[in-house]
Design a protein around this ligand. Structure first.
Ligand code: IFM
Length: 477
């Protein structure tokens, strides 16, 4: 049903039983450098915080590392051919900072840049639009040793790095994302410590979040100056946050988590201010003394698009005495100042990450960004699910993942019908890969990776997605 306040975007055809997306809708798949490339010590690449972290005992399940990963560094041309076979219109990848600027400062590494030049050329040669993310969590280790993201200087280093990548690739890459999911970098990396660099200090997490956004703003300014035609944005991971009940204490718990998970980034980047309730909630953690005059103007430097990563919803409630803490990214230390808020599970179906499947949450999230924050074009820059897959007779029939994509694409279409200027969708992920602290034990790919032989097997979801792209829409339900 269309919302009369938000007429459908031009070109949306809701005719007949098919759900057709607007002409030119950018269908893609996403990956990230450390999760797929491997070749950790080749071509002049130096360690990032994820190399150090994954090589530290006890940090990653089963001691897995990204040393080899999907060996994409060596198999890139055939991986691009596979993307073309699937009909991808765009491929979202990230550049490994320590591959192109070893150590995180100083001159570029020609061999590292060359890899991405070849990747972009292969993509363009196959008619696939490259979408470049500058930072998907692999901070060069020397920058961490100098203080990491809690240190202000890291923001400036990031802008220098952005300029260096723009000089090399700006002539052929139109779409640029500065950061991927700064919440994870800040709050999992420096708050709970379940991600690299594994530090656990609430004030550092908040400082890291600020300096990530400052680096984003500085990078946008540098990119804009050198590449005025580029389409520039940021990717944030957003969650609808729902109170478990109407009780005022539960509603307040939802407000607090929403401030930390969503508004912490959306408000500075799109409004140029921090939410006032956030500062009040965090008063025991930080006085925000790290925020200098002019920072918020830099952070809110105008963008061309906003990338939204969506996976699930948070349902939260007020603390009760003696409640068990939640694991992983819901660990209390991810939420400085609100550690006592309870994350509630509703008993609805979950993925292999134990994340609740909630497709309407995608519609809600996209509508919120558009209706409360911006008229900018939006892109779903990641959406997907981990399930336990199996190869049977050489095939992987991942019906659960296919159903997840199907439901979320219907939700995305509903957002378009409600007036959201959604211009594209990137499935996470093109292929199974290194799922951070979970190593290779969680599979998000549309393409199965045999980590022993490095064979690739497109799963049922990949074949189905190719058909969605071909018809620019979904079949009737
Ligand atoms: O694998 C990650 C990705 O690197 C960032 N977004 C979430 C994905 C699934 O956890």
């Amino acid at each position: 049903m269309s919302n009369p306040d938000h007429p459908p975007a031009v070109g949306v055809l809701d005719q007949g039983p098919e759900l057709i997306f607007p002409p030119g809708f950018l269908w893609g798949a996403a990956t990230a450098a450390y999760q797929i490339e491997g070749a950790a010590t080749e071509g002049g690449r130096t360690p990032s915080i994820w190399d150090t972290f994954s090589h530290t005992e006890g940090r990653v399940v089963a001691g897995h590392t990204g040393d080899v990963a999907c060996d994409h560094y060596h198999r890139m041309p055939s991986d691009v051919r596979l993307m073309a076979e699937l009909g991808l219109r765009s491929y979202r990848f990230s550049v490994s900072w320590p591959r192109v600027q070893p150590g995180g400062s100083g001159p570029a590494n020609a061999a590292g840049l060359d890899f991405y030049r070849r990747l972009v050329d292969e993509l363009l040669g196959h008619g696939i639009e490259p979408w470049l993310t500058l930072y998907h969590w692999d901070l060069p280790q020397p920058l961490e040793d100098a203080g990491g993201w809690p240190a202000r200087d890291t923001a400036g280093r990031f802008a220098d790095y952005a300029e260096l990548v723009a000089d090399a690739l700006g002539d052929r890459v139109t779409y640029w994302t500065t950061l991927n999911e700064p919440w994870c970098s800040a709050f999992l990396g420096y708050g709970s410590g379940v991600h690299a660099p594994g530090r656990s200090d609430g004030a550092d997490a908040v400082r890291a979040g600020h300096h990530l956004m400052l680096g984003h703003g500085l990078a946008v300014q540098a990119l804009r100056a050198s590449r005025p035609q580029a389409q520039l944005g940021i990717t944030v991971n957003l969650y609808p946050v729902t109170p478990a009940s109407d009780a005022p204490a539960d509603v307040d718990a939802a407000r607090r988590i929403d401030a930390l998970a969503n508004r912490f980034f959306l408000d500075p980047v799109l409004r140029g201010s921090y939410p006032t309730d956030l500062a009040a909630d965090l008063r025991e953690v930080t006085d925000f003394g790290h925020v200098r005059d002019g920072d918020l103007a830099v952070i809110s430097t105008p963008l061309d698009l906003v990338g939204v990563n969506y996976y699930s919803r948070h349902v939260v409630a007020a603390p009760v005495e003696g409640a068990e803490p939640e694991p992983y990214w819901r660990a209390p230390s991810c939420w400085p100042g609100s550690e006592d808020v309870r994350f509630v599970t509703r008993g609805v179906p979950v993925t292999d990450m134990n994340w609740e499947i909630d497709a309407p949450g995608l519609t809600e999230t996209l509508r919120r960004v558009h209706e409360e924050y911006t008229d900018l074009p939006l892109y779903v820059t990641e959406n997907g699910s981990a399930f336990v897959d199996a190869v049977v007779d050489g095939q992987v029939d991942d019906v659960d993942r296919l159903a997840y994509f199907d439901a979320h694409l219907r939700a995305a279409h509903e957002a378009i019908n409600a007036g959201v200027p959604l211009r594209g969708y990137f499935a996470w992920s093109l292929m199974d890969n290194f799922e951070w602290a979970w190593g290779y034990t969680k599979r998000f790919g549309m393409v199965w990776i045999d980590y022993d032989s490095q064979a690739r097997i497109p799963k049922s979801s990949a074949r189905w997605y190719a058909e969605v792209i071909r018809r620019n829409g979904l079949a009737a339900q």
